[in-house]
Ligand binder design. Structure first.
Ligand code: NAD
Ligand code: USQ
Length: 393
């Protein structure tokens, strides 16, 4: 198949592009490299060094003989999106190309506006382009488990049957997202569902949990193929952060009581889930939702696991929660649709934690301790950044 990976230079987009290329597809990637620019803005960097996209692609071709086409541009630029799609003529589009950090979206008004503009407008341009050029293109869109929030009832896969005043209907599951970033994903979901209804598009909305790990079979072939790993308080996600914190001898930063429970998955399962969604497309006009995670853990569970595997007297510190969120809550979320399609998960084991710890040890000299403590507060409308607060957007 011809598959276009939007955001193909990012943490997940790059390894997905390699995986799909390795599995016999013709792959193109689209990116405006804004993720690399956020690093410059925040004064942080990936734990693992990453080379430029062109070098990555050249190295992949040298090692495998497979070509990946690169389209450099911004998804909020409609003519660029139209030209890219008409040039590449995809059968499927995997859309990772958004601003994905909740704390980044909560820095101040400017970052909230940027996040929602970038994500919602980019996605709308993709929907219009598909509708106008070829409505049979399957849009596989990365959403988030955080779209649902943490309700006091079980979370279903996208839809719930409700009985109200003697009548029944199957309706979109209520959304209670916890950041302006997560809200952008909810807006995207609504726009996609509507586009499927009015134009007969077909789309899979993947409500993905928090991804951990950095190792995939393809990225491990050469250091130039490595994907990024973030540990800073704005872009680093919880388990990746805890492993880096343990290695550099810092206490593990559990926000509040640590009872925040989240769906999680190994980065290798992201790739497998994307492939399963592509190989089993929805029908014309169908909007479907898969909850893409394999296990759930509380933040405190994760800290305890990392402390147990690393040993060396790792301390767990309950720091004041910079977010407005429940730090203890009920959590039960259905996630059967990808398993039904054949997903065989890589579950979180001591070995997978050890692999992350070893990676952190290899690059421990690149860790900037100042980047670890949270700086963005949900309660303030303007947060003091680590560096001078001269956002570029
Ligand atoms: P990332 O920031 O590493 O990658 C996103 C890529 O998209 C970057 O390379 C960035 O430059 C590009 N991009 C952003 N806006 C763009 C635009 N307007 N035009 C062109 N390119 C643009 O993020 P990631 O961790 O790889 O996440 C990818 C997707 O998966 C995101 O949509 C995210 O919301 C979702 N997701 C990620 C996780 C996770 O744990 N990392 C979990 C659930 C869902
Ligand atoms: N947390 C800590 N300590 C830390 C970092 C985080 O206790 O040092 C807590 C947070 O308060 C939160 C939980 O861990 O309750 C998860 O935070 P996170 O930063 O690991 O993940 P999150 O902000 O939810 O965002 C990440 C990705 C995002 C994706 C989302 C999936 O950055 O792109 O959409 O995971 S989900 O969580 O299912 O919404």
């Amino acid at each position: 198949m011809r598959i276009l990976v939007l955001g193909g230079d990012g943490y997940l987009g790059w390894p997905t592009a390699l995986y799909l290329s390795q599995h016999g597809n013709d792959v193109g990637i689209v990116d405006n490299f804004v993720r690399r620019q956020y690093d410059l803005e925040m004064g942080v960097d990936s734990l693992v060094p990453i080379v430029q996209a062109q070098t990555r692609i050249r190295r992949w071709k040298e090692l495998t003989g497979k070509n990946i086409e690169l389209y450099i541009g911004d998804l909020t630029d409609a003519p660029f999106v139209e030209q890219t799609f008409s040039n590449f003529e995809p059968d499927a589009v995997v859309h990772f190309g958004e601003q994905r950090s909740a704390p980044y979206s909560m820095i101040d008004r400017q970052h909230a506006v940027y996040t929602q503009h970038n994500n919602v407008i980019g996605n709308l341009n993709v929907l219009y382009t598909i509708a106008e050029q070829d409505p049979t293109i399957h849009l596989v869109k990365l959403g988030s488990m955080g779209e649902y929030g943490s309700p006091n009832i079980a979370i279903e896969e996208g839809f719930i049957e409700i009985e109200h005043k003697g009548r029944k209907d199957i309706l979109p599951y209520p959304k209670q997202p916890g950041s302006f970033y997560h809200l952008s994903k909810v807006h995207d979901s609504h726009n996609i569902m509507f586009a499927c209804k009015i134009w007969g598009l077909r789309s899979t909305d993947l409500n993905q949990g928090i991804v951990y790990g950095q190792y995939t079979e393809e990225t491990a072939l050469h250091d130039d193929l490595a994907t990024r790993l973030d540990y800073d308080a704005v872009f680093g996600t919880v388990l990746n952060r805890f492993c880096v914190q343990a290695v550099v001898g810092r206490p593990l930063t559990v926000y509040g009581k640590g009872g925040q429970t989240r769906g999680m998955l190994d980065i290798r399962d992201t790739l497998a889930c994307i492939e399963l969604a592509i190989m089993n497309p929805p029908s014309k006009g169908e909007y479907r939702v898969f909850n893409q995670f394999t296990e759930s853990f509380s933040v405190l569970d994760l800290a305890e696991k990392v402390a147990a595997v690393y040993g060396n007297g790792v301390e767990i510190q309950h720091v004041e929660d910079p977010r407005v969120e429940a730090d203890e809550h009920f959590y039960e979320a259905t996630h059967t649709k990808l398993l039904d399609l054949g997903l065989v998960p890589h579950l979180l084991t001591d070995d997978s934690i050890q692999r992350l710890l070893s990676l952190a040890e290899r690059y421990s000299n690149r860790v900037d301790i100042k980047a670890i403590s949270p700086t963005v507060s949900w309660r303030r409308t303007s947060s003091k950044l680590l560096t001078s607060n001269n956002a570029t957007h």
